[in-house]
Ligand binder design. Structure first.
Ligand SMILES: NC(=O)C1=CN([C@@H]2O[C@H](COP(=O)(O)OP(=O)(O)OC[C@H]3O[C@@H](n4cnc5c(N)ncnc54)[C@H](O)[C@@H]3O)[C@@H](O)[C@H]2O)[C@H](O)CC1
Ligand SMILES: [K+]
Length: 504
């Protein structure tokens, strides 16, 4: 597990209603319990930093006191520098406990000259965890060196301070721990780190249910790439939408606008000429190229494939209609795009026209069917009638595995399948039965994929954002909102909540 995966899981646990304070409590208690297993009594010195790692140390201090240990907490900064809200709360508890008979000593070190070799049985390294950034600053650097000189038993919280949580590398110095107590799951950096630094690794459960890694939540928004200030037009997703017909011009436009609202730089729509003017009239922001005809046909292939070369992701289907000629064109287009190795999203009419055998061995593809389209695409003879939700997921999963790409099955609970992996999404509202919301989802999926998210992350986050935008639209309009109104809520649906508990 990478640090980003842990951050995503934490925030999704909070979304479920498990406060961060509880996770910190469980983490700190787990550290204390492990120490209590190693020695029965004695003194423990906890070196603490200003983030969540330090907070775990403050909690451990409280539990160690209850277990009968003598505890000294050395905070390596002024208390006003304690950043994490949860750590601050736990520090304040320790400050109040100073006046109790408990054998607790609190020391604040702001300068490395104030550091003294600790005379203690156990040292807890709660200085830096997954939040380490850049070169080690003082007095932390000196504290790590001092810890390494001590003969005491050393227990690192989450990861030895100074070890890069993602790579296991050490840029400068790192705590040489005898034991590392890490939380929830094994971290990649710990696996790769020098075992003389990590010592024995203990993975402790801190009460995060496994479902927090399966169900989407606002944590998934953390995966959106941060843009450099020097970034320029086109670097953040160029999308081509192939769709539209004389009859349906709204669908590709909705998908295109949803792609732009979810952060893509450029959206071009390739459509029959008769859909071009209406699409252009809907928006100033879409680039539209029309090809002679009322529906997509094989004569348009050459021109469309030229456009494919210039984009990061291609969305095929929306509003294409069901003319057999369009089916032939879609099938050939997909075959050519697969040869180019480009990411393809297939939605709506594309799912009704493109044959499963054409795409079944291609990894770089996302299908976004609703239940009816799913059944038709996978040629299911009889309907799937399973009441038990888990059994239903398993049944759909095994069918989706008939292709190598990803399947995002839309429904009251969206199911996302890619190989062995499954994600589920519960955002959304009955108001989203209005036409066009599926086109929005396809557009957001293509947009996030083109912006650099992995196939699974793009599909899972798109489902979350689309559903959340629907929920926000419903708050404003009740059930009477349209897909074009819903699109305006996409940016708000993409904002990462700053609250630390009780996100709804
Ligand atoms: N689910 C969990 O796994 C939980 C983990 N918890 C613990 O929280 C930390 C991560 O907390 P975070 O606040 O994000 O980061 P850190 O505590 O690692 O450090 C941030 C802190 O340190 C300062 N800092 C960063 N880099 C440096 C540097 N090079 N030199 C000096 N100082 C630095 C920065 O300014 C911040 O103030 C995780 O590891 C777990 O231990 C929670 O308890 C909840 C559950
Ligand atoms: K640590």
């Amino acid at each position: 597990m990478k640090p980003i995966d842990m951050m995503v899981t934490d925030l999704n646990a909070e979304y479920l209603g498990i406060p961060r304070l509880s996770l910190m409590e469980n983490a700190g208690k787990a550290v204390a319990q492990e120490i209590n297993k190693l020695i029965d009594s004695g003194s423990v010195t906890i070196f603490a930093g200003t983030g969540g790692n330090g907070g775990d140390g403050f909690v451990a201090a409280r539990h160690l006191l209850n277990m009968g240990f003598k505890v000294e907490v050395i905070l390596l900064a002024h208390p006003s520098r304690v950043r994490s809200e949860e750590a601050k709360k736990n520090w304040e508890v320790l400050e109040k406990m100073k006046f109790s008979p408990a054998p607790l000593e609190l020391r604040i070190i702001r300068d490395s000259s104030q550091l003294k070799p600790p005379n203690t049985s156990v040292i807890v390294d709660a200085i830096l965890g997954t939040g380490i950034k850049g070169r080690l600053r003082e007095p932390i650097r000196s504290a790590i060196k001092l810890i390494n000189k001590s003969k005491a038993l050393k227990v690192a919280v989450d990861i030895p301070s100074g070890v890069e949580p993602e790579t296991g590398e050490v840029a400068d110095v790192a705590v040489e721990a005898d034991y590392t107590v890490t939380f929830h799951r094994m971290k990649d950096g710990l696996k790769m780190a020098d075992p003389t630094l990590t010592g024995e690794i203990i993975v402790s459960d801190i009460g995060i249910p496994p479902m927090c890694e399966i169900f989407t939540g606002p944590g998934d928004l953390l995966r959106l790439p941060k843009r450099k200030s020097s970034t320029h037009k086109g670097e953040n997703g160029r999308i081509l939408i192939i769709g539209g017909s004389a009859q349906y011009s709204g669908a590709p436009a909705l998908a295109g606008l949803a792609a732009l609202k979810s952060g893509a730089d450029l959206v071009t729509i390739a459509c029959p000429e008769s859909a071009m003017i209406p699409i252009k009239s809907y928006s100033l922001d879409l680039i539209v190229k029309g090809f002679p005809g009322d529906h997509i046909n094989t004569k348009m292939l050459k021109g469309m494939l030229k456009m494919v070369e210039r984009v990061d992701c291609i969305l095929i289907g929306c509003g294409g209609g069901l003319e057999p000629e369009t089916g032939d064109a879609f099938d050939l287009l997909v075959q050519e795009i697969m040869k180019m190795g480009k990411p393809i999203v297939i939605d709506a009419d594309g799912l009704k026209l493109i044959k499963k055998d054409t795409i079944k061995d291609y990894h770089n593809i996302i299908l976004t069917p609703h239940e009816g389209e799913f059944k038709k695409f996978f040629s299911l003879k009889s309907p799937i009638i399973i009441k038990d939700f888990k059994e239903k997921v398993t049944a759909y999963h095994s069918i989706a595995n008939n292709i190598k790409g990803l399947v995002l099955l839309k429904g009251p609970v969206d199911m996302i399948f890619q190989g062995e992996k499954v994600r589920l999404n519960t955002t959304g509202t009955p108001g989203m039965t209005v036409g066009g919301t599926g086109d929005c989802l396809a557009g957001i999926t293509a947009s996030l994929w083109a912006q650099g998210l992995s196939t699974m992350d793009a599909a899972a986050l798109a489902a979350f954002i689309n559903g959340r935008a629907g929920e926000l639209a419903e708050e404003e309009y009740g059930y009477g909102f349209t897909a074009s109104e819903m699109i305006d809520f996409i940016p708000r649906a993409m904002s990462i909540p700053s609250t630390t508990s009780g996100i709804t």
